[in-house]
Write a protein that binds this ligand. Structure first.
Ligand code: HEM
Length: 380
């Protein structure tokens, strides 16, 4: 794995085919299962995308352990956000939100840009970890109408989201947009909606002995972060967009679908949180008392912070995807990046298969609308 960046340039497929087929029998602790998942996630995407044309068959050396490990961890056998970000870092100190102490374990390119891209999310997750119990306390306080607890928690949530946004903006410091778009991003691609990139049927997981199956799975995306969905749930933000133009009635929203790409316990935790009390419903009650006014204000401020986060994220997407896609790639190699991100010549899509800007703007607008309580009360 140390040689992955060199192998993706030349020889990854031969190297993998020379490996023994390992079973997961010797994995003991959860940390070991996760470590195996990270390695297999990187290996499989390197295998598929590390050549002049994508490879549509994953060999048993990868699929046999990968299927076992992903079943154990209750997460799909593909490079998810958990594989690339959550479980793929080391830290020289105690503070996982301090970028200067973090390093990645694996990258496809060996570039500082890739490490930085992955680590910014790690720092964001760590920065916000402490707010989770605080907000759980606030949700529990809804039934008792304990305004003090809820308002304090919302104020802390606002500060926390602002801190997360500040970390997001540090992306510009060490992640170069052209390197991101042309060298890093192609390796994050999935196998769903990848006809134009050369995977019309997805990827065949060959398990050997004539066994195997075609699978179409989404690519790795920070959209699979359970943290940002936690913020949404706590604030009562509902996302309905499927993220693609063909989204028809009854189709699951993007935010719902990506829960399948989170580790099982994360996804179940989000379901649990969404069944707890609603802070928004309490904030919607008429502002007849001082404490109700304070609650409304704190709720609106926290929601605005999340909507500002999404604004900043849209700017990042413009800088790291839209602008580079309009500039010619200086390298002369066959360009997998553009084929995996352009459905047609003019339509850019995300690694999650979304129509990028309209989708992200709608997610932002849904956030903003959630915080606009006054309008709802007067107009409703
Ligand atoms: C160079 C940096 C980044 C780029 C280019 C980028 C790009 C994208 C794209 C294209 C999508 C659309 C969904 C898809 O098709 O995959 C998306 C969604 C999303 N991204 Fe990022 N992203 C970046 C960094 C981050 C970071 C650091 C986070 C923090 C965890 C993040 C959080 C999200 C979330 C939560 C969504 C789902 C949409 C939403 O809830 O608003 N992104 N991103």
């Amino acid at each position: 794995m140390r040689h992955l960046p060199a192998l993706v340039e030349d020889g990854i497929r031969t190297a993998v085919k020379h490996l023994r087929i390992l079973s997961a029998d010797r994995l003991l602790s959860e940390a070991e299962w996760r470590r195996a998942y990270v390695i297999l996630g990187f290996m499989s995407n390197a295998y598929i995308w590390g050549g002049d044309a994508p490879e549509e068959v994953l060999p048993p050396q990868i699929t046999v352990p990968f299927l076992e490990v992903s079943k154990h961890l209750q997460i799909p056998p593909v490079l998810t956000y958990a594989a690339a970000n959550l479980w793929n870092f080391t830290c020289t100190g105690e503070d996982f939100s301090d970028l200067s102490q973090l390093d990645t374990i694996h990258t496809f390119t060996g570039t500082e840009s890739e490490s930085w891209f992955l680590l910014v999310s790690v720092a964001m997750e760590a920065k916000a970890g402490g707010i989770i119990p605080r907000m759980m306390g606030a949700l529990e306080a809804v039934k008792r109408r304990d305004y003090e607890v809820i308002v304090t928690a919302l104020e802390e949530l606002k500060t926390c989201i602002d801190g997360v946004s500040a970390l997001l903006e540090r992306m510009y410091e060490k992640c170069d947009p052209m390197t991101f778009y042309y060298d890093i991003r192609p390796f994050l691609a999935g196998s769903k909606n990848m006809e134009s990139a050369g995977l019309p049927r997805g990827v065949f997981y060959d398990e050997g002995d004539g066994k195997g199956e075609w699978r179409q799975l989404l690519g790795g995306s920070n959209g699979q972060s359970s943290l940002i969905q936690f913020f949404d749930i706590v604030l009562g933000v509902e996302h309905v967009t499927t993220g693609n133009k063909t989204g028809s009635k009854g189709e699951r929203s993007y935010h719902d679908v990506v829960r399948d790409y989170m580790p099982g316990p994360h996804s179940r935790f989000l379901t649990h949180v969404s069944r707890m009390g609603s802070i928004r419903e309490l904030a919607l009650l008429p502002a007849a008392t001082e404490e109700q006014l304070r609650l409304r204000h704190a709720f609106t401020c926290a929601t605005e912070a999340l909507s500002r986060f999404r604004d900043k994220h849209i700017q990042i997407v413009a800088r790291y995807i839209i602008l580079p896609s309009r500039q010619a790639n200086k390298g002369g190699r066959y360009n997998l990046a553009s084929s995996s991100s352009e459905k047609s010549q003019h339509e850019l899509t995300g690694t999650g298969g979304t129509t990028l800007v309209p989708f992200l703007k709608q997610s932002r607008d849904e956030t903003r609308a959630t915080g606009e309580i006054k309008d709802e009360v007067h107009d409703g």
